[in-house]
Design a protein around this ligand. Structure first.
Ligand code: ADP
Length: 317
């Protein structure tokens, strides 16, 4: 097992005045080579679990093994085995990209030619080549996220632990970062947290869902789909279509096959809802072409996992 979490409990208050457990007797494991989505409502205990698994916080009780090393008795071996992208991706904004990565590499005792080679490799891997001479503070959020991922990959660890790697990114940046994670996942074990259902669908072999520090589901994605959604974890998809001007008749959208609701959200902007298995993008595009309407934007909205959490946790947030 690459990550083995056994009866893990964490209480933040050291003196026992606060008895609430951020993580409560949690047990699950991640097998080598898997990409596992780690899900749960805000405050469920995901970040706490990840901080413990990367050696940044001690557990109150229970054990965590990463690549066979115990986080409490062998923390240095754990840090060598794991690349960690913390929530909010803390970076030194005044440093240049390459300078920061060389610094991070030296913390992993890389030096000389090996350091230069690894920095060049990860810059390439995350698509940061053209930005490597910029200050981190000058980069967009998407590029900063790439710097965080590059830092996590630098010492070529067999395990990656990524805490909400795509939160706050725009759709293009999302797609790029997902691709980096997917590629990295070909030869690494990845545990990452997210709120976005499409991300789980796009990346994961398996999902682990927690609520109030406790396990509520641990299964392959396909199994979870059949168990909870008759084949679909999310039952509806929403599209945001933007035309140059208001439609002559909003019923045009409503009449497309599968459409269950249309709402005008602004000048020429419509939110269109349909079952998740009916991809409406081509139909909307054709409608625009047939009617000579200028379509200036069309995207599928990311679905949050709230509905799934509600089903799994009985609405208990
Ligand atoms: P998630 O990542 O799933 O949103 P967290 O692990 O951040 O959840 O938080 C789990 C619980 O632990 C929450 O109730 C949160 O308020 C609490 N918590 C997190 N960090 C601390 C801290 N440093 N001190 C005290 N309580 C904390």
């Amino acid at each position: 097992m690459s990550i083995q979490i056994q009866n893990l409990t964490k209480q933040y208050s050291a003196n026992g005045t606060d008895t609430r457990r951020a993580v409560d007797d949690l047990t699950f494991s991640v097998e080598p080579g898997q990409i596992v989505g780690f899900l749960g409502p805000n405050g469920a205990g995901k970040s706490t679990t990840m901080k413990i698994a990367t050696g940044y916080l001690p557990p109150s009780s229970g054990t965590v093994l990463v690549n066979g090393h115990d986080v409490q008795t062998d923390p240095m071996a754990v840090r060598r085995s794991v690349g960690y992208l913390p929530e909010h991706n803390p970076l030194y904004l005044d440093l240049y990209v390459k300078e920061f990565l060389r610094f991070a590499g030296r913390l992993h005792t890389l030096s000389g030619q090996a350091l230069s080679q690894r920095v060049a490799d990860v810059l390439e891997q995350v698509g940061l080549g053209p930005e490597q001479h910029k200050r981190i503070g000058q980069l967009s959020k998407g590029y900063r996220q790439r710097v965080g991922l590059a830092q996590a990959l630098l010492h070529n660890p067999p395990v990656l632990i990524l805490d909400e790697p795509t939160t706050g990114l725009d759709p293009n940046q999302l797609a790029d970062i997902r691709q980096v994670i997917k590629t990295a996942g070909r030869d690494k074990t990845v545990l990452f947290s997210t709120h976005i259902m499409q991300e789980v669908e796009a990346l994961c072999d398996r999902v682990v869902i927690i609520n109030r520090g406790q396990l509520v589901a641990d299964s392959p994605l396909a199994e979870l789909r059949t168990r909870y959604g008759g084949g679909q974890l999310v039952d509806t998809a929403t599209y945001l279509a933007e035309f140059e001007r208001d439609l002559p008749d909003p019923a045009l959208l409503r009449s497309l096959p599968g459409v269950t609701a249309v709402e005008r959200t602004g000048q020429g902007q419509y939110q269109v809802t349909a079952p998740a298995n009916a991809d409406l993008r081509a139909a909307i595009f054709r409608l625009a072409a047939d009617r000579n309407l200028t379509l200036i934007g069309l995207r599928q909205q990311e679905t949050s996992l709230e509905g799934v959490f509600k089903t799994l946790t009985g609405g208990n947030e």
